[in-house]
Structure formats: C-alpha cells, structure tokens
Design a protein around this ligand. Structure first.
Ligand SMILES: C[S@@+](CC[C@H](N)C(=O)[O-])C[C@H]1O[C@@H](n2cnc3c(N)ncnc32)[C@H](O)[C@@H]1O
Length: 478
C-alpha cells in the first residue's frame, strides 16, 4: 500500500470513470463535449438513457427503445462515480475552514441561479451567443449593471456563463438547459427553498414542536407564518400550486425513461395498473405507450383529476379515447374500489410525502384490495448509508442489496461512501426538504421493508433503474 493510498485510489477511480465516459461517447458516436459549444449535447437531454449497467436514467427521448437496446453494448459509464470521486477528493484536499465558509454561502447559489433565470438575464444572453455586456443587460431589463455583473461573475464559478472580456458574458452550453421550454427552467422557477431552509434551526429548537411529527408543525409553518399544512397552504396560493405542478412534472419526466426501460412491465400478470396519487398521469401515459396491452387508471384528488383528464387527452389521445387509460377521483385513505387479481398498483413520489403511520395506512388499503397476482410498485428515491465500506466492510459482501440513486452497487468502491457521497446530495437534500415541509423523509431499504411488511405486504425485489429512483416490487403476503 502506497503512502497516498486514498488519494491515489480516488484518482485512479476518477480516471477510470473518465476513460469509460470517453469510450461511451465513441461507442454511441456522440460529439465531443465542449463547455463553450453553442448547441446542446445529446448527454444534456434529461431523457438520455445511457448504457445499461451503469448509471441510470437520462433515457433516450428521441430513440426510445432501439437506442436503448444498442446502448446495452456500450461501456459501463458510472455518472455518479464522477460526482462521488470529485466530492471525496474535494473533502480530502480542501481546507476545512474554506469548506465551512463555502457551505455557509451556499444559499447564494440558489439566489444567483434564480436571479439569472427569473429576471430574464439568461434570455438576454441567449440572444447573443458571442456575449452581452452588462450595460446592455441593464438596457434590456432595467436592472443594475453592477449587480448583474456580480451575479454573472459568480455564475462563471458554476460554469453557467463565461466572461468573454471584462463585463461581457456569454452562455456556456449547460445554460441552454435553462431556456424556456426546458425542464431545468421549470424546476428553477419553482422557488422558495431558502425561505424554508432558514427556518430549520428555529424549528429544531422550537419549544413545543421540537419532537412533533405533525405535518402542521414544521419549518414550513414557521417560514410562511401559517397554521395550514403545506398542501392546504398551496390550495390557497394557486400560482404557487401551478409552479409546483410544473416543477413536479419536469422532475417526473426526467425520471420516466429509466422506469419504462428497466422494470419488466411485460411480466405483470394483471391487465390493469392503478396509478395511485398519479398526478396528471404522465407516467401512466408513457408506460402505456410502450406497453399498449396494459390498462391504466390514474387516481388522484378531484382538482388534479380534472388536470389529468386534459393532460391525458393531449399526450395519450388514442389510449385515452379507447378507455385504455382513465382518470378518477379517489382519496387514498379510503377503501380502494379496484380489488382482486385484475389489478396492480403503483405509487410514484407519493409515499415519501407521508410519515410512517400514514404511509402504512395508505399501503394497508392497497394490501386489502390486492389479489395474489397483483403487484404493488413503489417508485421512490432510496436513501443509502453514509458509511465507508473501505474501512469497515471490505471485503464483506453486503447483506441486503445496496441501492444508491437507483444503482445497485455490485461491489464497493474504496474510499467512497455507500451512498456515493456528493452523488447522492440531491436525494439527501430532498429528504431535508420533505422533513422541513411535511415531517416526512426519504427511506432506506431497511425502512421501506419495515413499512411495507407492517402494511401486510412483502418486498419481492428492488429494481435498480437508470434514474435516481428505484422501484420496489411488492406483493401480498403469501
Ligand atoms: C408528489 S405528487 C406525485 C404525482 C405523480 N405520482 C408523479 O409521480 O408525478 C403526489 C400526489 O399525491 C396526490 N395526493 C395527495 N393526497 C392525496 C389523497 N389523499 N388521495 C389521493 N391522492 C392524493 C397529490 O394530489 C399529488 O398528485
């Protein structure tokens, strides 16, 4: 073992990951990556679906299945390994004081990108690919050029823009994803996170609420000075609700290709899938396009069902008109009207909104309705542990499947935590967010198993998807 074992191992892992990326680009005949390219790269598409074993989602929107199949021959690029290695190298090397200072300013990362998108600076820059001087930004938008300069220079440190000459900025390739019509734009428009995040400390130390598990005693109520629950508050703020729906749609859409490609839908023995809390039905619509022999029923609260009917008519007209996909109002705390062997049930991004007892009660309702042939499909992010296998567990084999960001680790990677560190930061940020607004959280495989069994179901298999989500296939107890 060399003296610099950890540093050398991480460097070698990063190099291997970069070599794999290069090989994948060649195998897929993709153009070289360039920060300053004026066009989006195929890999920038949230629907790009990379090779199979590797990391995950980003399905091929345009190619759909055929490209997915050919990509199986391609190399095994681990997108998450890049982030994980870079995160580990950073914490290995960076001065801890600098790290603390950097993290304390992180709230300005959110503020800067929201300013960039919501004030329209990104659109002004998009109009002139070779660069726009901040005084021209001022003219276009009536914003202070000095403030724009400070924001834009900050954004150069995140790679969104470059400074072509002093005070003149141009969009880098990644920023093209922030233009109108792209899901990253919709996501950024769905704002308000810093406000809630800043209520975390007072909430943790709140005299009465510090141990509460109520969904109306959270950081959200503190930050928004309201007694209403997050969802009830949203009902009274329709503009926020609209942004929420668009944000959720964009997030959901970016995960859909992996769900379609990596679960064996053709093996379902039931002709109908009930999508409980199915929102506007976009997941059901996409799966139904690939598996026309399946019927789908989208269930949700009445106002959402109205939106679902409109959405389904526009995105899945044939299936909708043929009655292969329908939407109906349903409250998932009441008995499920569809029972027996004809039905399977799915939940995506639903159970993570609810604390343990409520989630058990939602699942129990399904357990009572399901037949022996029914499958219950739970599609969620799965939290993994932050322990370092390199020190404690190697070469011991994992006792339960290790699912991280939807990727099943076939073997441990030394010096990278099981949750892949920086690569799972979003999953852990989402769980902080859910905790702060609903007293809910993302769960580990162990937590999911306990919850599922308490509801009278059993886990059949956890499917790793090319998506940050995993699919937990369940059935009724034998
Ligand atoms: C985060 S969204 C997920 C939507 C959809 N499954 C997706 O992946 O896009 C949660 C959904 O649960 C629905 N929901 C909340 N409470 C419900 C209830 N009591 N009965 C039925 N649906 C409910 C919401 O209206 C919302 O559409």
């Amino acid at each position: 073992m060399s003296t610099h074992h950890e540093l050398d191992t991480l460097r070698a892992t990063l190099n291997r990951a970069l070599d794999d990326l290069r090989a994948e680009l060649d195998a897929m005949q993709l153009p070289p990556l360039s920060t300053t390219s004026k066009e989006r790269h195929p890999l920038d598409d949230p629907n790009y679906l990379p090779s199979r074993k590797l990391y995950h989602s980003r399905g091929l929107a345009l190619g759909g299945y055929s490209v997915h199949k050919s990509s199986q021959k391609a190399h095994n690029v681990r997108w998450d390994l890049f982030q994980a290695c870079m995160g580990q190298l950073k914490s290995l090397i960076q001065n801890p004081f600098d790290h603390a200072v950097e993290q304390s300013y992180a709230v300005f990362e959110t503020a800067a990108i929201e300013s960039f998108v919501q004030t329209g600076i990104v659109d002004v820059l998009a109009g002139s690919p070779d660069g726009v001087h901040v005084t021209d930004v001022q003219q276009h938008l009536d914003l202070s050029s000095t403030r724009c300069l400070t924001i834009l220079r900050y954004l150069t440190t995140h790679g969104w823009v470059r400074e072509c000459k002093e005070g003149t900025f141009a969009l880098n390739r990644p920023a093209l994803a922030l233009l109108e019509g792209n899901s990253a734009r919709s996501w950024i428009a769905f704002s308000h996170k810093p406000q809630i995040a800043m209520a975390l400390v007072p909430w943790l130390q709140h005299k009465e609420w510090r141990h509460s598990s109520s969904h109306v005693e959270t950081a959200f109520q503190i930050s928004h000075s309201t007694e209403l629950s997050y969802f009830d508050w949203m009902k009274q703020n329709p503009e926020y609700m609209r942004m929420f729906s668009i944000g959720m749609q964009s997030l959901g859409a970016s995960h859909t290709q992996g769900i379609v490609a990596d679960f064996p839908w053709h093996e379902l023995e039931t002709p109908t899938v009930v999508d409980i809390g199915g929102g506007n039905g976009s997941l059901a619509a996409t799966v139904s396009k690939h598996y026309p022999h399946l019927r789908f029923i989208v269930q949700d609260r009445p106002p959402v069902v109205d939106q679902a009917n409109k959405h389904l008519l526009s995105v899945a007209k044939d299936a909708y008109e043929a009655g292969r996909i329908t939407a109906e109002p349903y409250d998932f705390f009441l008995p499920q009207p569809h029972t027996g062997d004809e039905y399977s049930f799915m939940f995506r991004h639903v159970l993570h909104d609810w604390p343990h007892d409520k989630a058990v009660s939602i699942l129990r309702t399904v357990a009572r309705a399901a037949g022996q042939k029914s499958k219950i499909l739970i599609i969620e992010r799965i939290s993994a542990l932050g322990r370092y296998p390199s020190y404690s567990c190697l070469p011991e084999a994992p006792k339960s499947p290790l699912i991280t960001n939807g990727y099943k680790q076939e073997r441990y990677t030394p010096f990278i935590p099981e949750n892949l560190g920086a690569a799972s930061r979003v999953t852990h940020a989402i769980t902080l967010y859910l905790m702060s607004i609903l007293n809910a959280h993302e769960r580990t495989v162990t937590e999911w198993t306990a919850l599922i069994e308490e509801a009278g179901l059993r886990v059949v298999k956890v499917h790793a998807l090319r998506s940050p989500l995993s699919l937990i296939e369940c059935a009724v107890m034998a």
